[in-house]
Design a protein. Structure first.
Lengths: 103, 243
């Protein structure tokens, strides 16, 4: 009985340790080729990430196809909310770069 | 003094030979801008997302990955691509739009018999001289290590230039690695424990890259994205060897 109680206590402690996201978050976007050029966007965690990305790209003067990395890894943002991205990649800072198309 | 692009003969020859193909080829140019020169240390061929005789684009994450892996003060200088069917090349509308996307950069087009080289700064495009030769001793890269960090600079940089560039360039690298690090907080002892990211250092032509990775497959994927399947001579040092 004693062992069972102890086991349960550990699980609860583990659950408490999980951070919960606030409803409104601030995301930081910068141009990969010029990290000093950074912008902040305050948004809801339920917002579609693609919409925030469009806004960030416009403010950073990036056009065409955009590549996004966060925490050093490529971000797969399609059909995901801001909250999904933060939970999956554990970051609120993203670097954007345009894709070079030449013809 | 007039600005120029210094292209090591072996790198230029490689791009020239590759641009003889009937399909377009594209390269990212890596190097250092120092005094009035843009010194090219490496040319990385695109991992192609699309390639034809009239159009070329790279795998979307390649550019971001290159920028992340470059050891300061090296940077992405611009790009080069071929126009296989033009005797004397001239930029297309797509080329101009892409070039203007860079705040500053150098861009080359290799035609059948000629090349053009331009500099773009804040939307303005102007021709720039190109020097195809071996690197002079003062232009060759040299490294300085400060703790776990490293900086690359041209051997001819004088003391005052180094004093001017090292602090901001070093801070860029430290910030980058803190962002990639895992940070654990111990509230009772009031300390932060930083687990720095794993990396391997790779030398390709004259350029040095610091490639961060989580696991074997991630490293393999990144090496493939940067260098393709070509056989390259690597002088590499892994952070894992430190432990």
């Amino acid at each position: 009985m004693h062992e069972k109680v102890r086991e349960k206590a550990i699980v609860i402690e583990g659950e408490k340790a999980k951070p919960s996201l606030p409803k409104i978050v601030t995301l930081y976007f910068s141009r990969a080729d010029n990290p000093s050029k950074q912008i902040e966007i305050k948004t809801s965690i339920f917002e579609i990430f693609e919409n925030v990305l469009r806004k960030a790209a416009k403010q950073l003067n990036l056009s065409g196809e955009i590549s996004v990395t966060g925490g050093g890894f490529p971000i797969d943002w399609r059909n995901k909310s801001v909250g999904d991205i933060i939970k999956e990649y554990s970051t609120v800072s993203f670097e954007l770069a345009s894709v070079d198309m030449l013809g | 003094m007039k600005e120029s692009v210094v292209f090591p003969r072996n790198i230029f020859k490689y791009i020239w030979e590759r641009s003889r193909e009937s399909a377009e080829v594209g390269f990212f140019l890596i190097g250092i801008s120092w005094r009035n020169k843009y010194i090219v240390y490496d040319a990385l061929e695109f991992q192609y997302a699309y390639r034809s005789s009239t159009f070329v684009s790279h795998e979307p994450h390649m550019k971001n990955l290159i920028i992340q892996c470059l050891i300061p003060m090296q940077k992405l200088l611009g790009n080069a691509h071929s126009h296989p069917f033009s005797e004397i090349p001239s930029p297309s509308g797509i080329d101009l739009a892409t070039w203007r996307g860079y705040e500053e950069g150098i861009f080359l087009i290799f035609g059948k018999n000629d090349i053009i080289c331009v500099k773009v700064a804040h939307g303005e495009i102007e021709p720039i001289d190109i020097e195809i030769r071996s690197l002079l001793p003062e232009e060759t890269p040299r490294h300085i290590a400060i703790g776990r960090w490293k900086i690359v600079f041209p051997a001819g940089m004088n003391h005052s230039e180094l004093m001017l560039y090292i602090p901001p360039e070093l801070s860029k690298l430290v910030v980058r690695e803190i962002e990639l690090a895992k940070i654990a907080i111990n509230p009772t002892k009031r300390v932060l424990r930083i687990s720095w990211p794993n990396y391997v250092e790779v030398t390709h032509n004259y350029a040095s890259y610091r490639i961060y990775f989580k696991g074997k497959s991630d490293l393999h994927e990144k090496l493939k994205t940067l260098f393709g399947c070509e056989h390259f001579k690597t002088a590499y040092r892994s952070s894992l060897n430190d432990n």
